[in-house]
Design a protein around this ligand. Sequence first.
Ligand SMILES: [Zn+2]
Length: 210
Amino acid sequence: MGSKKILVLAPHTDDGELGCGGSIARFCRDGNEVFYVAFSTCRRSLPAHLAPDTLEKEVIKATNILGIKRENLILFDYDVRDFPKDRQRILEDMVKLKNEIKPDIVFVPSLNDLHQDHQVIANEGLRAFKNNSLLGYEMPWNNVSFNTNYFIALEEQDIAIKIQALKEYESQKNRNYLNEDFIKSLAYTRGVQIGARYAEAFDLIRWVNW
Ligand SMILES: [Zn+2]
């Protein structure tokens, strides 16, 4: 790997780190350029005592730890849980991103993700990036089924960076999927499947070699 343009499409801040944070760390370590787009900073779903820009601040810190440049972090402000009503606008934003960034590989939620916002990003992502290589990332708490047919092997340091990045989401710390043991054991499980120390698994949606 090296000198590729990688685009991570996250419905909400933290989805990209959860689904492919270890791979992002490896892509950055290997000298690729990674772009991270979050479509909502979830102002509406934050508890009242937190500032509305809490998740915006957290995603800036988290993606920086992963190795993503600040100018490659792009934030939109769609209403959390209401992405289906904004489907067409989201598609148009993605088409612009495709033309500006011209990515080699695009990461989206799995097409089998249950969350309505994640479904919109996966489906519109496939529409906008149908001529690109597309990988669906794993979020077991949202996946009824998940094909593990593409793997990225990771080193201990990549998983350590993923965990460190996710710790920046102080506002989300009580969520069970942010548990360090869970993140590590899932990466360990995926590693065992391919004979590596750690890995992240992906559901391959489409692979295009230009
Ligand atoms: Zn999400």
